[in-house]
Ligand binder design. Structure first.
Ligand code: NA7
Length: 462
């Protein structure tokens, strides 16, 4: 019933789709809008959760969180950040009206997935654009374009097949990895494959590549070098190329940002790149930004500085389980969950797309469905047996944490800092630990299904 106009939809179309779905299934009657949950306390005697909002307390037997992985934006820790008198926005708190860049002196801080999409848009109309980059990333062309009528018909005729294909791949995207090792093919074949994948839309080069590119340093070096070369071919000034090329980590060990004309922006005379590694911030001033080398005046500062990813929303709510134990304390050294959906000591709390859950590390819209269906089945099981409480056993959770750690240790991800690894330099109190599940969506689903089939092993019911 819905027709997407492009392969990767922009925000207005995505929002229209959400509205369409909400109306179609009459969802809004079950939603309390504009309601901030500040805490949730489990009351053992009555086996209920009290969900505390700013103006009301709700009670429920089961508390299912669906708080997303990027809901808590982080602002940089820079002296004077509130002093700036021009316009300033965080990309995750963008106003619901158009922001006009035309003729303005605009600064963008951050060159992650968001920054590299914002930058080319701003560069189209800004008077000047100054990009403040700390660490460069390996960005890939998104390859977005309109969906033709023939493609539309083809897609609509193949939903089952497309969903089955997604369900079979590690990341639940269409790209399944190439079974050949990057080290076993000739240089020409490797290069030709990289080239083909680079020119495909989406994550093909990241997730559809040779075996070993994400797990073996030598294989990873090949693809990292390939992307570095691509960057150098797209930017004219060799000094800029040097700044834009990542040397501190391998391709794909951090989330790969997808861009549309990002690198070419640096060939514009009115765009500057400031390398914060060479000249760090000193402070934000009334008029703009001061680095160790220069003072800049701006009309608008855009913070594309990321999130307290995955655990941010949990850290922001005062969640208390048995005997008033705080989730924040229990997770201080890193999340402890069973299957990424349940936490010992916090009965009847179920975390969709939570930490240590494969759905946080894949094509999230597809993977959410697995989470929702599995949790729905769990509830049906409880109703069938008359159970009113479910809680993961501590030993089951410890085993899951260990398994999750083993899975990620097989990859190159722990070799670098990223939000995958719970590292956000603006939140130095966070402990470095992998936050998702790297064993892949099919393995995760299989494990969840095995647990269910065996009568929900690892869970205690009452
Ligand atoms: P990211 O990917 O966390 O990127 C944040 C960017 O902001 C990144 O380039 C950071 O540099 C930079 N940053 C953060 N704090 C500072 C300070 N204090 N000074 C300078 N630069 C800073 O967030 P996004 O919103 O781009 O993307 C989030 C996810 O959304 C993405 O991964 C996709 O899954 C969708 P750093 O790399 O830390 O040196």
């Amino acid at each position: 019933e819905w027709e997407w106009s492009e392969h990767f939809s922009a925000q207005p179309e995505t929002l229209r789709y959400c509205g369409f779905i909400s109306e179609k299934f009459d969802l809004s009657r079950d939603i309390e809008f504009n309601t901030r949950v500040t805490g949730a306390h489990y009351e053992e005697a009555r086996n209920i959760w009290q969900v505390i909002t700013e103006d009301k307390i709700y009670e429920c037997r089961f508390l299912i969180t669906a708080v997303g992985v990027f809901s808590v934006p982080t602002w940089p820790e820079i002296e004077g950040i509130n002093d700036f008198q021009g316009e300033a926005w965080h990309t995750a708190r963008w106003p619901h009206y158009p922001v006009d860049f035309s003729g303005k002196r605009v600064a963008v801080i951050g060159t992650g997935a968001t920054g590299v999409q914002v930058i080319p848009e701003v560069a189209k109309t800004a008077g000047t654009l100054t990009v403040f980059q700390r660490r460069p990333n390996y960005c890939l062309p998104l390859g977005n374009r309109p969906i033709t009528e023939e493609e539309q018909a083809d897609i609509k005729g193949r939903y089952e097949e497309i969903f089955a294909q997604c369900a079979s791949t590690t990341g639940s995207f269409l790209h399944g990895s190439d079974p050949r090792s990057a080290l076993s093919v000739s240089d020409e074949e490797r290069e030709a494959t990289f080239e083909r994948l680079y020119n495909m839309p989406g994550f093909a080069l990241w997730l559809g590549n040779f075996r070993g590119c994400g797990t073996d340093q030598e294989a990873n070096d090949f693809v990292s070098e390939f992307v570095r070369r691509k960057i150098s071919e797209r930017v004219n000034d060799p000094e800029l190329v040097e700044k834009l090329i990542p040397l501190d980590h391998g391709f794909g060990t951090r989330r790969v940002p997808m861009e549309s004309g990002y690198y070419e922006v640096y060939n514009q005379d009115d765009v500057r790149l400031i390398d914060l590694m060479a000249t760090p911030f000193q402070r934000i001033t009334k008029a703009g930004i001061e680095t160790t080398a220069e003072n800049f005046d701006f009309d608008l500062i855009i913070y594309a500085t990321g999130f307290d990813a995955i655990v941010g929303s949990f850290r922001n709510m005062d969640i208390q389980g048995r005997k008033g134990a705080k989730l924040k304390d229990y997770w201080e050294d890193g999340p402890v969950t069973y299957l990424g959906v349940q936490v010992p000591g916090f009965p009847n709390l179920l975390t969709l797309v939570g930490p240590q859950n494969a759905s946080t590390f894949c094509n999230i819209p597809r993977c959410i469905e697995q989470n929702v269906e599995w949790v729905s089945d769990l509830m049906a099981h409880m109703m069938a047996y008359g159970y009113e409480r479910v809680e993961a056993a501590q030993t089951a959770a410890e085993a899951w944490v260990e398994h999750s750690e083993q899975m990620v240790a097989m990859t190159l991800i722990p070799n670098t800092d990223s939000w995958f690894m719970n590292v956000n330099q603006n939140l130095p109190e966070k402990k470095r630990t992998f936050l998702a599940y790297a064993g892949g969506a099919p393995r995760y689903k299989q494990k969840c299904d095995e647990v269910a089939a065996a009568g929900y092993t690892g869970f205690d019911f009452a």
